[in-house]
Design a protein around this ligand. Structure first.
Ligand code: IFM
Length: 453
């Protein structure tokens, strides 16, 4: 399994999940500070106040990354560190932190890959309505261009959003993520304004970019298969695919929203938030699309009526089906063929941009043994199978250019707090000591050989 020359191997993290230092360096609260401090919001009562303390330990983390042999590091910038109240001038102390991190990476020959938004909206913007409000899209573009102006001398890859599906639907429909809203219309408005912000930001950054810079977005795509070929199940899968995948892919790469999706949600919105020109704005051609893949979503039509109340607009009657496959600690069925399918589907149905797996990985119940080591054969097996699926997609012609493992180190897993460990590097949350797991050594062999024997 040899990957093409120049294939980008990396690891990924996100600001709120690792940084801590919530009130240092001029940072203001984000919606995740508010949400995680809301009693009952996080199962365990954990917060990102300290997290992995990466803000203070970034130099050690960069050293550990260099040991992994990766050429790339995908991390997100915290908007509330850089423009603490969402609008206005850059906070120089916040910028300085990222500037030092970027220099440390480049010193080790690791290319920084920036995500501008991984869910930590400044609370001040939420107080003005957040993503359901159109104005937030413009505020995002203003933030993007201000930060880009200061960092693009060293950062050449810019991802606007991480997983807008999660921000929109888990944050505004299901309410298990910040800001904890349960309102299907607000979720659809948010999805639109996130994507509008993406388009505005790319245009604005490109206007001041060099020829060697690339811009794109990361989507968490769900292969949604019908459990049987019964037409009702096929239609359930169409609707899930519509709301999870095509609602983002189509405006991004085909110039407009899929009509069937707008129809599916017509009972809860007239979609008047989509204004003339918006679809063209979202359709600015990205250089790359990042795919985050964790599981397949096999579905069937259940017993309930479609109109029944559900956090998923237009999907009150849809049930997900378990296939009895082995699962990760997240309860997600392990199915590498879903990664092959989603990469090749995007390559086939939405040709043009380069593709990257910007996240893939697994949580397992890792423990440090008496020998002081963390033996995680399941993660090695998981990654090996997924790398092979990606390799097969390349052999079949997909323009897959890189692969980022989620995650560099154990971290704050959102609504699950610190209970789910996704890292290649173990973090002891009492002492904050870092210990590379067996999978870290295995991954280092893979990156150095650009594949596996
Ligand atoms: O931890 C998250 C990450 O922030 C976004 N993608 C999925 C990961 C695992 O749930």
């Amino acid at each position: 399994m040899q990957f093409p020359d120049g294939f980008a191997w990396g690891t990924a993290t996100a600001s709120y999940q690792i940084e801590g230092a919530l009130d240092e360096g001029g940072r203001a609260p984000s919606i995740w500070d508010t949400f995680s401090h809301t009693p009952g919001a996080i199962e365990t009562g954990d917060t990102g106040d300290v997290a992995d303390d990466h803000y203070h330990r970034y130099a050690e983390d960069v050293e550990l990354m260099a040991d992994l042999g990766v050429g790339w590091y995908r991390f997100s910038l915290a908007w509330p560190r850089l423009i603490p109240h969402g609008t206005g001038a850059i906070n120089e102390q916040g910028l300085d932190f990222y500037s030092r991190l970027i220099d440390a990476l480049l010193d080790k020959g690791i290319q920084p890959w920036v995500t501008l938004y991984h869910w930590d909206l400044p609370q001040a913007l939420q107080d003005q309505g957040g993503w359901p409000e159109r104005d937030t899209a413009q505020r995002f573009a203003d933030y993007a261009v201000a930060v880009h102006e200061r960092l693009h001398d060293r950062v050449k890859h810019w991802t606007t959003l991480n997983e807008p599906w999660v921000s929109a639907f888990l944050g505004h429909a299901v309410g298990v993520h910040a800001p904890g809203i349960k309102d299907g219309e607000a979720a659809l408005r948010s999805a639109h304004h996130l994507m509008l912000g993406h388009g505005l930001a790319i245009d604005a950054m490109r206007a001041q970019a060099g020829a060697d810079e690339q811009f794109g977005v990361t989507l968490n795509l769900h292969p949604a298969d019908p459990a049987t070929d019964d037409p009702a199940d096929v239609d359930a899968a169409r609707r899930v695919d519509g709301l999870a995948n095509r609602i983002f892919l189509d405006p991004l790469l085909r110039g407009g929203y899929p009509r069937d999706v707008l129809e599916d949600v017509s009972a809860i919105t007239d979609a008047s938030y989509i204004q003339d020109g918006d679809e063209a704005q979202i359709a600015v051609q990205p250089d790359f699309v990042g795919i985050n893949y964790y599981f397949r979503t096999p579905v069937r039509k259940g017993e309930k009526a479609r109109s029944e109340l559900s956090p998923w607009p237009g999907q009150g009657d849809v049930e997900t089906v378990s296939r009895g496959l082995p699962q990760t600690e997240m309860g997600w069925e392990i199915d590498p063929s879903g990664l092959y399918d989603i990469i090749t589907r995007v390559a086939r149905e939405y040709p043009g941009p380069d593709l990257y797996v910007t996240e893939n990985g697994a949580a397992f119940a890792d423990v440090k043994g008496d020998d002081g080591q963390v033996h995680d054969p399941q993660r090695i097996e998981y990654l090996d199978a997924h790398f092979r699926a990606a390799h097969r997609a390349i052999e079949d012609g997909a323009p897959l250019r890189g692969y980022f493992v989620w995650s560099l180190m154990d971290n704050f897993e959102w609504a699950f707090g610190f209970t789910k460990r996704f890292g290649l590097i173990h973090v002891d949350y009492e002492t904050l000591e870092r210990t590379p797991k067996d999978s870290a050594r295995w991954f280092a062999e893979t990156t150095r050989a650009n594949g596996r024997p």
